[in-house]
Design a protein around this ligand. Structure first.
Ligand code: FPP
Length: 241
């Protein structure tokens, strides 16, 4: 499918719940981690497609605050995959103009991974072609709770007048404070739920739940989903004039 670099109404910010790695692997008689590795290889293709599709911000859900409940083997395998991914992809991301950020609570992640994340953010901080945000140990409720705690501390310290607190105030305390809200949230693998992803930020997002398993999510599949979004009529609670 041809990519339309001048796509009108293209979503500025796309967020993706990359689901289906485990089932994709198991349907091939392979361990679940095989699917996560295949899923990681898709990330580059999708990031590279963003400029052609008119997408400036891409946010991907790599590991949730609930994913710690998986087996120790799977959790350790995913953590090792994230370390390897950052180490292997850093140079290409830098050279391709990708600015990488991480959202989520870093405290529970191992120190080696935390320093790789810091280094990648610093390495790419002057890039502006695509803004890739990786949600790692991220949960929407956890993010709002952490933001509220910091806001309450500032109120207690007399730095914020509680009478002035509104939605915009809270948004400034979220991990995503420098990002626009997502226009489109995509979930792969046929499941229709949002699993604690960007709860606050997606209040007016469009949703697309597609059957494709994440390791099969190609550039063409991405382009088709974006083309479908471009035909939608967004009203943000108002009426069309
Ligand atoms: C959900 O599939 C996927 C995950 C919990 C991990 C997502 C991680 C990747 C795509 C790997 C790489 C990412 C980066 C940034 C390197 P699932 O395991 O829940 O699949 P299932 O529903 O079929 O079991």
């Amino acid at each position: 499918m041809a990519l339309d670099s001048n796509a009108k109404n293209a979503p500025e910010h796309v967020a993706i719940i990359m689901d289906g790695n485990g089932r994709w692997a198991q349907s091939r008689g392979k361990p679940r981690l095989f699917g996560h590795h295949a899923g990681a290889r898709r990330v580059r293709e999708v990031v590279e497609a963003c400029p052609d599709l008119g997408v400036k911000y891409l946010t991907i859900f790599a590991f949730s605050t609930e994913n710690w409940k998986r087996t120790q083997v799977e959790v350790a395998g995913l953590m090792s995959l994230f370390r390897r991914y950052i180490t292997k992809e850093a140079r290409a991301l830098k050279d391709e103009g990708v600015r990488v950020r991480f959202i989520g609570d870093r405290v529970r992640l191992d120190h080696k991974l935390q320093s790789l994340m810091d280094e990648l953010e610093q390495l790419t901080e002057t890039n502006d072609r695509v803004h890739l945000t990786i949600a790692l140990n991220y949960g929407g409720r956890d993010e709002v709770a952490r933001a509220t705690k910091r806001l309450a501390q500032d109120v207690a310290a007399g730095q914020v007048d509680p009478e002035t607190v509104d939605g915009e105030t809270l948004a400034r305390y979220l991990d995503t404070h420098v990002l626009p809200d997502p226009d489109l949230v995509i979930r792969t693998s046929g499941e229709a739920r949002i699993s604690n992803f960007l709860l606050w930020q997606s209040a007016y997002a469009e949703y697309e739940f597609i059957d494709t398993m994440w390791p099969d999510f190609s550039r063409d599949v991405f382009a088709k989903v974006i083309a479908g979004y471009c035909k939608r009529d967004r009203r943000y609670g108002g009426v069309k004039v």
